[in-house]
Design a protein around this ligand. Structure first.
Ligand code: SF4
Length: 247
């Protein structure tokens, strides 16, 4: 399908992969993380005036506007969400077009989609930014609303394929940042051949205004970002397992 629902296209993004990038946010997510920072992207349809239907050609026109900056900076396009793999045919069409034009593709994913869908698109991406949140499945279900079974399996698939992956660990006070969970994430990540890079993303309150605007309940009301000392401790645990923490 060459048409999909997009809720934002961000130009000159600097934190969604190498170089200067255009980040395309596709709507719909299979998870409901308690701390979600993109609540406007959860619903797959066009809701509360957020999102619009676009053809692959329209999106490509936006992406190609910045080609000169990708070439100069080693950048490219990042597909994010929500979960971009929730619209596999549309995403596949966009990735095919980017490959034809030799544009570097980063996929920002939870991995929480069926292994069949995941494997059908994995080879089209150059780099994965891969969420790894909670290793205990009961805890994952409790705080994100879904099992982590596919997320762990699909990450193993990327490792076996030798794909380039940067793990993203959302550091959420009292939820993901327990020493037990951090140690379990470190042990799992370091067991995967070829995967060594991890970004620690401390919780921030930036999404608060979005919840107010969308009239959605903010389940993190009153939670403050973790202190820098705790972030350092968490980074030290990852490093003690041989992982490279991006500073
Ligand atoms: S995976 Fe991302 S977009 Fe989906 S609910 Fe969690 S934080 Fe929100």
């Amino acid at each position: 399908m060459r048409e999909g629902v997009v809720f934002n296209i961000q130009r000159f993004a600097l934190h969604d992969g190498p170089g200067i990038r255009t980040t395309v946010f596709l709507k719909g997510c299979p998870l409901r993380c308690k701390w979600c920072h993109n609540p406007e992207g959860l619903n797959p349809g066009i809701s509360a005036g957020v999102g619009g239907t676009k053809t692959a050609e329209q999106v490509m026109r936006e992406i190609e506007k910045e080609t000169i900056f990708y070439d100069e900076s080693g950048g490219g396009v990042t597909f994010s969400g929500g979960e971009p793999l929730m619209q596999p045919e549309f995403l596949g069409a966009l990735m095919d077009e980017c490959r034809k034009k030799d544009i570097h593709i980063t996929l920002d994913t939870t991995g929480c989609v069926s292994p069949r869908v995941f494997a059908s698109l994995a080879d089209k991406a150059d780099l994965f930014l891969y969420d790894l949140k909670i290793i205990d499945d009961a805890g994952h279900k409790k705080f994100t609303g879904a099992s982590n079974k596919y997320a762990l399996k699909n990450l193993e698939t990327l490792s076996k394929k030798g794909k380039r992956v940067i793990i993203r660990f959302p550091m959420i006070p009292g939820i993901t940042d327990t020493t037990e969970n951090v140690t379990a994430v470190a042990a799992f990540a370091s067991s995967l051949k070829g995967i060594r890079d991890i970004d620690v993303l401390p919780y921030h309150e930036i999404a608060q205004h979005k919840y107010r605007r969308l009239k959605m309940e903010n389940k993190m009301e009153g939670v403050t970002p973790p202190p820098p000392e705790r972030t350092k401790e968490v980074e030290n645990i990852f490093e003690s397992y041989g992982l490279n923490v991006k500073k």
